[in-house]
Design a protein around this ligand. Structure first.
Ligand SMILES: Nc1nc2c(c(=O)[nH]1)N[C@H]1C(S)=C(S)[C@@H](COP(=O)(O)O)O[C@H]1N2
Ligand SMILES: [Mo]
Length: 390
């Protein structure tokens, strides 16, 4: 047998072709659009000083948008695999002879290469981030956020180039026997065998639904047990999962020390409070979710001192952002900035209790920030200093 490079026409299954690719592509486009928009929302919510304040209502806003972000990204994984399967014989297309047609061909191939590699990069890094596995040297949020623009940009170019083909393919029945009049593609007759294109599209959607259910339903109250592949779905103290533990953050000794103080500072004035002092101040009880960027979320009933009551102790004016500092010595989230809209909000508390019990060490004992409609990464645990910014 002689080995040779295959040609596009060697791939003879009649399932492949524009009618399949276009239909899978539409669903994939929906997933990428949802992921892109919710990703922008997340980026905005994490800005230390957003040009437009992030609304603090609804309190479950980030829970919804980030849940959608992870669900759409997860659904896109099987759909992207099906889409790549449906088009990969085109890798073996012979380029035209040197001419203007070759330049057009290379430009189109180049944009496809960019689209495929950025789409694979986005899904692969997203899944790795959920697993908290970082086999690379770059910052995940930075790279994932930048490549989102590449993916969406090359997706728009791809849709524009393919629009005539897509419209034609969507205009004919998915399994009809109408000849495929699109140049450069193998003819698509009725799909052979018992597997039809309709079955294939539905299988892709079913795989997407199963992937979402297996990973994301843990955040929907009452459905946690359906979420067999969810990360951190085992409920922690008070029904709220634990992300980074006190041991992993290296704060056990500092958080349990007699000498623990919360310091509130503004303009040279400082107040230092023990946990007992904090418990003696007027307490507020709020029901707010922890909504992690990784997609899981859980609601808790938190009791503690309103942030704005603490700021009043040093006579800080309203409308100021607050620097929130953790006992944690290392890590990107040991210091966060609480924009003014949150600092002023009735529902923003320095929580001392969860579900009526003293805060668990892993949930941020002696005190942790909980604010409405706020990304989980910024709900700082083991808080030791609040500094009102000038
Ligand atoms: N100091 C500190 N606070 C932190 C973190 C951290 O690593 N260090 N992780 C954040 C993240 S990513 C999330 S999702 C929430 C999780 O809170 P929980 O573990 O109480 O559920 O805490 C946030 N607060
Ligand atoms: Mo998180």
């Amino acid at each position: 047998m002689r080995l040779r490079v295959p040609q596009e026409s060697d791939f003879s299954t009649r399932l492949r072709g524009p009618r399949l690719s276009a239909r899978v592509g539409v669903w994939l486009g929906v997933c990428f659009a949802v992921a892109f928009v919710t990703g922008l929302v997340s980026h905005w919510a994490k800005l230390p000083d957003p040009p437009v304040p992030v609304p603090t209502r609804p309190v479950w806003g980030y829970r919804l948008t980030q849940g959608l972000h992870i669900a759409s990204g997860t659904a896109a994984v099987p759909l992207l695999l099906l889409k790549l399967w449906s088009v990969y014989p085109r890798l073996f297309q012979r380029p035209p002879r040197p001419s203007r047609a070759l330049l057009v061909h290379l430009a189109e191939r180049g944009s496809i290469a960019l689209l495929v590699s950025s789409a694979v990069f986005q899904l692969a890094t997203g899944v790795a981030n959920i697993a908290q596995w970082y086999p690379w040297g770059f910052s995940f949020p930075g790279a994932h956020g930048a490549l989102a623009w590449v993916a969406v940009g090359s997706l728009l170019v791809h849709v524009a180039v393919k629009l005539p083909v897509v419209r034609e393919a969507l205009g004919v029945p998915v399994d009809g026997t109408v000849a495929e009049p699109v140049a450069g593609t193998a003819p698509e007759g009725a799909a052979g065998g018992s597997l039809t294109r309709r079955h294939l599209v539905r299988s892709g959607l079913l795989a997407a639904a199963v992937a979402v259910a297996a990973t994301s339903l843990g955040s929907v109250p009452g459905l946690r047990r359906l979420s067999v592949l969810a990360v951190r779905s085992g409920a922690g103290p008070g029904g709220v999962p634990v992300n980074k533990t006190a041991v992993a953050a290296g704060v056990v000794a500092a958080a349990t020390a007699e000498g623990y103080r919360l310091t509130v500072a503004y303009d040279g004035r400082e107040r230092s409070l023990t946990r007992e002092d904090l418990l003696a101040l007027p307490q507020a009880t709020v029901e707010l979710p922890i909504a992690c960027v990784e997609g899981w979320s859980a609601s808790g009933v938190w009791t503690g001192v309103r942030v704005r009551d603490l700021l009043a102790l040093v006579a800080a004016p309203r409308g100021r952002a607050v620097r929130v500092e953790s006992l944690q010595q290392r890590g990107p989230y040991r210091v966060t900035e609480l924009p003014a809209s949150y600092a002023d909000d009735d529902l923003s508390v320095l929580a001392l209790r969860l579900d009526g019990d003293p805060l668990a060490l892993d949930h941020g004992f002696p005190a942790r920030l909980v604010a409405p409609n706020r990304p989980g990464v910024l709900q700082t645990k083991w808080v030791t200093r609040l500094e009102v910014l000038g």
